[in-house]
Design a protein around this ligand. Structure first.
Ligand code: FAD
Ligand code: SIN
Length: 526
C-alpha cells in the first residue's frame, strides 16, 4: 500500500476542513483529502448565511439567549458563549480571505438577514448563495498555502490508531483513491474529521450526496464517543416536487423577509403553534407543518412569498427565484409548495472546547461534531459559525501540541483489501434505500416507541449484511457508503430510542412531555 506522510490529515473540504487547514498551515504540513470535487459539500449549498453579532445595536447576550432557547434546555452554555463571542471576528477573517457578503446600499455595513428563532436581524449573507461564496473564497485561499495539499476524489475508509490504554492515539487513515482504484495509507501525527452531516441517511433531504455520515461511522468504530444523534433537524421548507427528485431548499430567510406558511386551503397556521409564528424555532415550524399535513392529508403546505414583490424577491433571492422558475413556478405570483426534509445533525462525534475527541490525536469540527452548542435544536445559521469557531480552536490546539506528537506508529491493517465491485452480486442500492426509508418513516419528525424499535432491528440487519460483505476482503465506494449510512442510521435510531421524552427535534408520541428530571443531558454512545 502506498504510504503518504503528513503532519495533519484533514478529512473534508467544507468550511470546517478548509478553515482549519488555512489556520494551521503556517505551522504544519497539511493534507486535505476530500471524496469528490473540492467544493462539493453542504457548505457550498448554504443559503441563509452566518449568524453573528456585527451590528452595534445587537448584543452577544441576545444571540446567546436565542441559541439557548432554540436548544430547548440542552445547550452547553459555555460552548454557546464561546461561539457567539469568537464568531464575529472570524466572519471578518472570511472577508480578509476573499468572501464577499451582501452590504447595505451605502456599502458601510453588512446587509443582515432574519431567520427563525432570532430576536433580531443578524445573518451575514451573500444574497441566497452564502455557502457558495464562502466555499469559493476558502478553496482559493487555501490553495495558495504552499504547505497544504488538497487531494480530490479520495474517500477516507477507516481511521487508524496505535497503542493501548492511555497511549492509544489516532495516526491517520486508510484512503481509497477513486481514480486509481487503490488504497493508500495516510500516516499523520494528527487527524481531523471535517466530514459534514448525515442528511443522506434519510430518504428526503436538503443535503448533497456527500452527506453520508462517514466521519461519525469511522470515529465510532475506533471507540470515539458520539452524542445527541437523535436530534436530527428537519428544515421546514424544501421545494416540493411530487416525486421529489433532487430538490432544493427555500431558505428560512424568505420567511425572515415576510413570506408566510399556509395550508393548501389558504389558511395561515403558524400563529396557533408559537407566538413568533412563521419565525418560531425550526423544530416547532417543521413539526407544525407535519401535523397540518397529517390533518389535511395534503402532501405539502405552501409558502406564500407573493407579498414580497417580484423585484425584491429576485434581487434578494436570485438563486431560489431561478430554481423555482426552472421548476415552472414564479414565486412572485404563486405560493411555493414546500415540505420538511432532513437537514442537519445537531449531534455527532463528541468534542471539547478545542475540538478534541476522546481519542488522542483525533479532532472533529463542523457538522460531524457535537460541541454542545446546538442542544436539542440548532438555531438557524449557527452551523457555519460553529464550524468557524471550532476549526480555529482546533488549529490553535494542534499548532501548540504538534511539536510534542511523534510521527510514525501507523500500522497497515493485517489483511489486504481488494478494490472494486464484487463479482458476486450484492444489492447495495436496495439496501441503502431500505435504510433511508426506514429512517424517514420511523425516525422522522414524529416518532413512537414501536417505530424506533422497528428501525433499530431493520437497520441493524442491513449493517450486518454490509459488514459481512466487507469482511470478505473486497471494497468499493458504494459498499463503504452503505456501511457508513447503516452505521450512522443505527446510532440515530438507538439514540432516539434511548431518550424517553420529547424535547426539541425529538418528538416521541409515547413520551410526549419534556422530562427535565431524567433527560436534561446528552445521550452518549461509545
Ligand atoms: P461539509 O461542508 O458538508 O463538508 C464535508 C466535506 O467532507 C466534503 O468535502 C465531503 O466531500 C467530505 N467528506 C465526507 N466524507 C468523506 C470521506 N469519507 N472521505 C473524504 N472526504 C469526505 N448552515 C448555516 O449556518 N447557514 C446556512 O445558511 C445554511 N444553509 C444550508 C443550506 C443547505 C441546503 C444545507 C444542506 C445546509 C445548510 N446549512 C447552513 C448547514 C451548513 O451548511 C453545514 O452544516 C456546514 O456547511 C457543514 O460544514 P462542514 O465543513 O462540517 O461539512
Ligand atoms: C436556510 O437558509 O434556511 C438554512 C439556514 C440554516 O440551515 O441554518
Amino acid at each position: 500500500m502506498e504510504r503518504i506522510e503528513t503532519d495533519v490529515l484533514v478529512i473534508g473540504s467544507g468550511i470546517a476542513g478548509l478553515v482549519l487547514a488555512k489556520l494551521v498551515a503556517p505551522r504544519a504540513r497539511v493534507t486535505v483529502v476530500t471524496k469528490k470535487d473540492d467544493t462539493e459539500s453542504s457548505t457550498n449549498l448554504a443559503q441563509g448565511g452566518i449568524a453573528a453579532v456585527v451590528d452595534p445595536a445587537d448584543s452577544l447576550a441576545s444571540h446567546v439567549e436565542d441559541t439557548l432557547t432554540a436548544g430547548d434546555g440542552l445547550c452547553d452554555r459555555r460552548a454557546v458563549e464561546v461561539m457567539v463571542e469568537e464568531g464575529p471576528e472570524l466572519v471578518r477573517r472570511l472577508v480578509d480571505w476573499g468572501a464577499r457578503f451582501s452590504r447595505t446600499p451605502d456599502g458601510a455595513a453588512f446587509e443582515l438577514g432574519m431567520e427563525g428563532g432570532h430576536s433580531r436581524r443578524r445573518i451575514v449573507h451573500s444574497q441566497d448563495r452564502t455557502g457558495r461564496e464562502v466555499e469559493r473564497a476558502l478553496v482559493t485561499s487555501v490553495r495558495q498555502e504552499p504547505s497544504v495539499s488538497i487531494v480530490e476524489h479520495h474517500l477516507a475508509v477507516s481511521l487508524r490508531v496505535t497503542g493501548r490504554g492511555r497511549g492509544r492515539r489516532a495516526v491517520g487513515a486508510i484512503v481509497l483513491d477513486d481514480a486509481a482504484g487503490r488504497l493508500a495509507a495516510y500516516d499523520a501525527r494528527v487527524t481531523v474529521l471535517a466530514t459534514g452531516g448525515i442528511g443522506r441517511c434519510y430518504l428526503h433531504t436538503t443535503n448533497p450526496a456527500i452527506a453520508t455520515g462517514d466521519g461519525i461511522a469511522m470515529a465510532y468504530r475506533i471507540g470515539a464517543q458520539v452524542a445527541d444523534l437523535e436530534f436530527v433537524q428537519f428544515h421546514p421548507t424544501m421545494f416540493y416536487a411530487p416525486d421529489r427528485p433532487e430538490s432544493f431548499l427555500i431558505s428560512e430567510a424568505v420567511r425572515g423577509e415576510g413570506a408566510v406558511l399556509v395550508t393548501q386551503a389558504g389558511r395561515e397556521f403558524m400563529d396557533a403553534y408559537h407566538p413568533r409564528g412563521c419565525l418560531a424555532p425550526r423544530d416547532i415550524v417543521a413539526r407544525a407543518i407535519a401535523l397540518e399535513m397529517q390533518k389535511s392529508g395534503d402532501p405539502c403546505v405552501l409558502l406564500d412569498a407573493t407579498r414580497l414583490g417580484g423585484d425584491f424577491f429576485r434581487r434578494r433571492f436570485p438563486f431560489i427565484a431561478e430554481r423555482c422558475l426552472a421548476a415552472g413556478l414564479d414565486p412572485a405570483r404563486v405560493p411555493i409548495p414546500v415540505v420538511p426534509a432532513a437537514h442537519y445533525s445537531c449531534g455527532g462525534v463528541r468534542v471539547d472546547l478545542h475540538a478534541r475527541t476522546n481519542v488522542a490525536g483525533l479532532y472533529a469540527t463542523g457538522e460531524v461534531s457535537s460541541t454542545g452548542v446546538h442542544g436539542a435544536n440548532r438555531l438557524a445559521s449557527n452551523s457555519l459559525l460553529e464550524a468557524l469557531v471550532w476549526s480555529r480552536r482546533a488549529a490553535a490546539d494542534i499548532a501548540a501540541r504538534l511539536p510534542g506528537i511523534p510521527s510514525g506508529g501507523f500500522e497497515e491493517p493485517d489483511r489486504e483489501f481488494a478494490v472494486g465491485p464484487d463479482p458476486d452480486p450484492f444489492p447495495v442500492a436496495e439496501l441503502l434505500l431500505e435504510v433511508r426509508k426506514t429512517l424517514w418513516e420511523d425516525v422522522g419528525i414524529l416518532r413512537s416507541d414501536v417505530g424506533l424499535s422497528r428501525a433499530v432491528l431493520r437497520i441493524g440487519r442491513v449493517l450486518r449484511k454490509a459488514e459481512e460483505r466487507m469482511h470478505r476482503g473486497r471494497l468499493w465506494p458504494e459498499l463503504v457508503t452503505l456501511r457508513n449510512v447503516a452505521q450512522v442510521a443505527l446510532l440515530v435510531a438507538r439514540s432516539a430510542r434511548m431518550r424517553k421524552e420529547s424535547r426539541g427535534l425529538h418528538h416521541n408520541a409515547d413520551h410526549p412531555e419534556k422530562d427535565d428530571a431524567n433527560w436534561k443531558r446528552a445521550t452518549v454512545i461509545a
